[in-house]
Design a protein around this ligand. Structure first.
Ligand code: ADP
Ligand code: ADP
Length: 213
């Protein structure tokens, strides 16, 4: 089962990807998590990417396609995968198609989560992240058991640098202009499912379960 998750920043892609991973035993490939790992470890990719991330802009397509090309060839992708935050431009969608053709596989589901911009801005103010695992919480809508700490490891949660309102507004603009057009890219294949991301986390989870069954 090969799945793409599309939605604006804060739509709930990471939250739902974790549920899909647990239920279907396929990996979540989050380009955002991969980039943050590289930034934290000061790799050459991280050093090139950080200025775009902090500005709320997209990291250049060639850097993203290079990492995904390698990642998709990993053995753990053989049973399927969830692409979370990739592709984000039509150039990335074309690049992904070339990789998939080479591996002789195809995308089965494109799940699109929609949420209005103002709701997103409010959500992002309360997002907390466990960077090592990519687990996300919200201070109001999905609080950790102990405030400020990850449920599983008890390590400290962080606030993402790019979750401040001005950067979120920039990222939303980038989503509307550069990422949304890729939904049309997948429409002709009849694999696009539109989901109302304003609903409760649990109800979205159930809706996705139904689609994937
Ligand atoms: P969110 O989950 O809030 O949508 P991500 O964690 O996916 O955000 O991405 C954070 C930042 O990392 C983006 O604003 C962008 O700078 C960079 N990034 C992540 N994925 C991609 C991608 N596929 N293409 C280009 N830049 C990306
Ligand atoms: P994305 O990966 O699309 O950027 P996240 O999964 O990180 O989005 O969710 C963004 C924030 O909103 C997190 O703090 C998360 O706990 C919270 N969240 C996710 N889904 C919902 C929802 N359906 N209703 C309210 N808050 C949500």
């Amino acid at each position: 089962m090969n799945i793409i998750l599309i939605g604006p920043p804060g739509a709930g892609k990471g939250t739902q990807a974790k549920f899909i991973t647990q239920k279907n035993n396929i990996p979540q490939l989050s380009t955002g998590d991969m980039l943050r790992y590289n930034v934290a470890n000061k790799t050459s990719l991280g050093i090139s990417a950080v200025k775009f991330m902090d500005a709320g802009e997209l990291v250049p397509d060639n850097l993203i396609l290079d990492i995904m090309k390698e990642r998709l060839k990993n053995d753990d992708c053989e049973k399927g995968f969830i692409l979370d935050g990739f592709p984000r431009t039509t150039i990335q969608a074309d690049g992904l198609q070339a990789i998939l053709n080479e591996l002789n596989i195809k995308i089965d589901y494109v799940l699109v989560l929609s949420v209005e911009d103002d709701v997103i801005v409010e959500r992002m103010g309360g997002r907390r992240l466990h960077p090592a695992s990519g687990r996300v919480y919200h201070i109001k809508y999905n609080p950790p058991k102990k405030s400020g700490f990850d449920d599983i490891t008890d390590e400290k949660l962080i606030i993402r640098e790019d979750d401040q309102e001005a950067t979120v507004r920039k990222r939303l603009k980038v989503y509307h202009t550069q990422t949304k057009p890729i939904i049309d890219y997948y429409e002709p294949y009849n694999i696009v499912y539109k989901i109302d991301g304003n609903n409760m986390i649990e109800s979205i989870k159930n809706e996705i379960d139904d689609i994937l069954n």
